[in-house]
Design a protein around this ligand. Sequence first.
Ligand code: ADP
Length: 585
Amino acid sequence: MEAPRLYSTKRVQSLKPTKKIPLEEDPTKASDALPLPLHLTNAVFFTLFFSVVYFLLSRWREKIRTSTRLHVVTFSEIIAILAFFTSFIYLLGFFGIDFVQSLVFRPSPDVWIAEDEEEENEVLLAKEDARKVPCGQALDCLLPPLPPAAPIVTAQKVFDEKPVTVLTEEDEEIIKSVVAGTTPSYSLESKLGDCKRAAAIRREALQRLTGKSLSGLPLDGFDYESILGQCCEMPVGYVQIPVGIAGPLLVNGREYSVPMATTEGCLVASTNRGCKAIHLSGGATSVLLKDGMTRAPCVRFGTAKRAADLKLYLEDPDNFETLSVVFNRSSRFGRLQGIKCAIAGKNLYIRFTCSTGDAMGMNMVSKGVQNVLDFLQTDFPDMDVIGISGNYCSDKKPAAVNWIEGRGKSVVCEVIIKGDVVRKVLKTSVESLVELNMLKNLTGSAMAGALGGFNAHASNIVAAIYIATGQDPAQNVESSHCITMMEAVNEGKDLHISVTMPSIEVGTVGGGTQLASQSACLNLLGVKGASKETPGANARMLATIVAGAVLAGELSLMSAIAAGQLVKSHMKYNRSSKDVSKGSS
Ligand code: ADP
């Protein structure tokens, strides 16, 4: 049977939240007290309330004047008191404590979303805003006509539910043997041949061993077979991270809805605002400058002279073809591009760079490097291989070599933001942004001795997209290397902004990219799996999208800082009133 659609085909009237409504709301409301329209019911009770207050106060004054005892009340006063309580209860019930709080603690203006008094601007901008893809609340955009209805597969609801997995008596025996240490926890998958059951048993054994509850960490609703031997060992559940959508991001003439997995309030809304500014300005241009993954083994010789001999051999263009043939043997996609060596005394660090198709490429490049090392042993038998990775690669560590030479995809992305858009969407000015960029992203980072950190928060966007699309989040370290440049152009009216990112390490095949959720996010971007036409095209496109999203993120955050909005918006989105004081069980 077809699942119910989750969205309506009606045009969105207003996406701004009005009043928080509990999910299981009682349908009886205070306004149902009289069989009248809402505004008339309110008018009746308001009038009643103020009339009786006036009446009771004048009676009270009269009693004080005539020295009558206050507790001696007439029939009309009793009726008035009853009317007072009735109307008071109605008004409290209707407006609720939220209303009172909203009067006392007025919410800070929403800095990411157009404010009411600026709706006029919004109308103006909406006329120019030609985006078609449905987007976030911040854009207030209209939904496009829906394609023919397709069944929507909803994920299993995993929170607040009794566990679906039921352990049998046989499982109980295995749990006891894991707790006793006679069955190693890591062997459960191979012993049972059922990954889900193995995870359930391991989880139960862990809870008993530690005396700590894992309730809240879901077990059901995940395909444990899909991670076996590839993504995660000894699973006991999975962490849920919400995925928000920023966009549409207009890059190189195409619109992308960018999935961002994050628990940081403001981040998606802010990036979304940046996307809007880019779209209204005609879109960004993203250019891929280089595409090559690196691996650098460390080898040692008896003398520095021998290390230098190998360096000269490897860097001699005449030997490149032979080395490429050897390197390329292990993969259809890994193609040697170059070798760069660095010597430290008797030790040689050999940085191999190769193209890797749509894979991020660490496995691929490592296999090619191993081929070459094996080959070199014939002519350099005194070469001692210290390690396939000697940190000159440099993987998952901040390193100048990546910043200068690049690693993975090197991308530059730019846009000219119209002065109008800077004012109306970003709520700041071109001059303020240019000055802030110079003092913060350039001078401030220089003062801090930054390495590739000449930006406001590239890593925020990179990490969120990496998690959503199954990239290796640890590579966020070098992938977030970014210099953000801003300049006033067109006689100072408009803003030119660019991000230059030399080490975006992404793939659309291999690793976590093949898991269901991550694969769905890649699919949304139109870069799922291997490109059939041009191997590597999907991964390269993903890198240009990452750079475009970073551009949007930089624009929005820098504008918020320039306009002094940052703290306000974080107080609004990052400070929940929920009770976080509950201790662990
Ligand atoms: P990585 O090198 O990023 O760690 P994997 O080795 O896990 O990635 O995945 C790459 C695998 O995918 C290789 O076995 C490769 O042959 C295969 N593959 C299939 N199509 C492509 C493609 N278009 N680009 C790169 N690899 C591909």
